[in-house]
Design a binder for this molecule. Structure first.
Ligand code: NAI
Length: 371
C-alpha cells in the first residue's frame, strides 16, 4: 500500500515517519519547503529516537521510504492519504476535494483533525463515504491511540483505517458516533478551561507536577506546549461553534492565549510557550503538586456526557483515556478512586460559584453517584 501525508508540521512529519517505519512508501506534501526540510531533519534525529523509544525498528529505511514534495499531484497513486494541515475547516474541505480529483476511486482519505467531524471535512467530496477520522494524540509517535470515526464512512474506509493503525503499531479506538473533538480532545478542551480557572490559584508547573504524580508522562501545560498554542486556539474556536460557551476559557486566560499567539510563544515549535523549550525538552521549574481534583472532576463529567450522547461505550472511553495520556488508569478508574459522590458535590459547588458550564453535572454522573 502506498500512503500520502499532507502537511509536514508537528503531526504530519511524525505520521510520515510512522508510515515509513511500518514499511509503507510515503509521499509527504507541504506547501512550504522549509517545513519539508524541518521534517527531514526530524526524521534523521528526534523522530528516529522516539521511534526507537516506542520499540519500533526500521532505522535505515525511514528517510529512503519518504518522498518530500511540494507537488500535491504526487499523491495520485496513493491508496491511503492522511491530511494534517492547519485546523481550518474551509482549507481542509478544499484540499480534500483537490486530492479526490487526483486519486483512484479506491483511495481512502483520512483526516487528523483535532476538532471537526469527519463528515464536515468530507463536505466537498463526490464520494464522502471514502473519508474517515484518523486522529493521533501528541506526541504521535509515542502515544498509542488513533481514534477512528465517520458516521458516513464506508466499511472499506473504516476497515482500511483500522488496518493501517495496527500496522503502524497503534491501537485503533473506534467511535460509535462522530462529534467535534472526538473522545479525547473533548477531555483536553474541558481540562484546558478547568486548568485556566485553577491558574488563578496555582502556577502551571504546580498543576503539571500533580498530573505527573498520578502517572501521566506529561504535564497538562507541557502538553499544550507540545500541541502548539496556535492549534489550541483553533480547536477552542471550533468547539465554541459547536458547543457554545462551554469551552470558553475565563476572560483573563483567553486574553493571555491571544498574547501568546501574538508574541509567537507557540510552545515547543517556537521554543517557548508556557515553558521554555531547550533541545526538545520543556524547562519545567520544580514545584509542589497542586490539588487538581477540580480539573479531573470536569474531565470525568465530560466522559459521562460522551456516554450520554452515545459517542462510545464506557470501556472504549476508558481505553482512549489510557492510550492518549499514557496513564495507567482510565478516566472512570480515576473517578472511582476519587468517589463519584465527591466529584458530584465538588462540581455542584464549582458550578454554583463560577457558573462555568464545564462543571454542570451530567445526568449519568448523578446516577453513578447513587450506586
Ligand atoms: P502545524 O501547523 O505544525 O503543521 C501544518 C502544516 O501544514 C504546515 O507545515 C503547513 O505549511 C502545512 N500546510 C498548510 N496548508 C497546506 C496545504 N494546502 N497543503 C499542504 N500542506 C499545507 O500543525 P499540526 O499541529 O501538525 O496540526 C495539523 C493537524 O493535525 C490539525 O488539523 C490539528 O488540529 C491536528 N492535530 C494536531 C495535534 C497536535 O498536537 N498539534 C494532535 C492531533 C491532531
Amino acid at each position: 500500500m502506498k500512503t500520502g501525508v499532507i502537511g509536514a508540521g508537528t503531526m504530519g512529519a511524525a505520521i510520515a515517519a510512522l508510515f515509513a517505519n511500518a514499511g509503507y512508501d510515503v509521499v509527504l506534501v507541504d506547501v512550504n519547503d522549509d517545513a519539508l526540510e524541518k521534517a527531514r531533519k526530524r526524521h534523521e534525529g528526534e523522530d528516529l529516537e522516539q521511534i526507537e523509544q516506542a520499540g519500533l525498528k526500521r532505522r535505515d529505511e525511514i528517510i529512503s521510504k519518504i518522498k518530500y514534495t511540494t507537488n500535491l499531484e504526487d499523491v495520485g497513486d496513493c491508496d491511503f492519504i492522511v491530511e494534517a494541515i492547519p485546523e481550518k475547516l474551509d482549507l481542509k474541505i478544499k484540499v480534500m476535494k483537490k486530492i479526490e480529483s487526483l486519486v483512484s476511486d479506491d483511495c481512502v482519505l483520512a483526516t487528523n483533525t483535532s476538532s471537526f467531524k469527519p463528515s464536515e471535512v468530507a463536505a466537498g467530496l463526490k464520494k464522502p463515504e471514502r473519508l474517515v477520522l484518523f486522529h493521533f494524540s501528541n506526541p504521535p509517535i509515542l502515544m498509542k491511540i488513533v481514534e477512528i470515526a465517520g458516521d458516513f464512512a464506508s466499511e472499506d474506509a473504516i476497515g482500511k483505517a483500522i488496518e493501517v493503525a495496527r500496522k503502524i503499531g497503534k491501537e485503533p479506538v473506534l467511535l460509535k458516533k462522530e462529534c467535534r473533538g472526538h473522545i479525547f480532545n473533548r477531555f483536553l478542551g474541558v481540562a484546558g478551561v478547568a486548568g485556566a480557572w485553577e491558574l488563578m490559584h496555582a502556577r502551571p508547573e504546580e498543576i503539571d507536577a500533580a498530573l505527573k504524580a498520578l502517572g501521566s508522562p506529561y504535564g497538562f501545560f507541557e502538553l499544550l506546549d507540545l500541541i502548539g498554542i496556535d492549534v489550541v486556539i483553533d480547536v477552542l474556536n471550533s468547539f465554541k461553534e459547536s458547543y457554545g460557551r462551554k469551552f470558553e476559557p475565563p476572560k483573563g486566560m483567553a486574553f493571555f492565549l491571544e498574547r501568546m499567539l501574538e508574541w509567537n510563544k507557540l510552545g515547543k515549535k517556537s521554543g517557548e510557550g508556557f515553558y521554555k523549550w531547550v533541545e526538545g525538552k520543556a524547562m519545567i521549574p520544580d514545584a509542589r503538586p497542586y490539588d487538581i481534583t477540580p480539573i479531573i472532576s470536569a474531565v470525568v463529567n465530560e466522559a459521562f456526557l460522551e456516554l450520554e450522547e452515545g459517542i462510545a461505550d464506557k470501556e472504549t472511553i476508558n481505553e482512549a483515556y489510557k492510550l492518549a495520556t499514557g496513564s495507567p488508569l482510565g478516566v472512570f478508574e480515576v473517578a472511582e478512586m476519587l468517589g463519584y459522590n465527591t466529584i458530584l458535590e465538588l462540581l455542584e459547588r464549582l458550578y454554583r460559584e463560577r457558573g462555568a458550564e464545564i462543571y454542570k453535572p451530567a445526568e449519568k454522573l448523578r446516577e453513578a453517584s447513587k450506586n
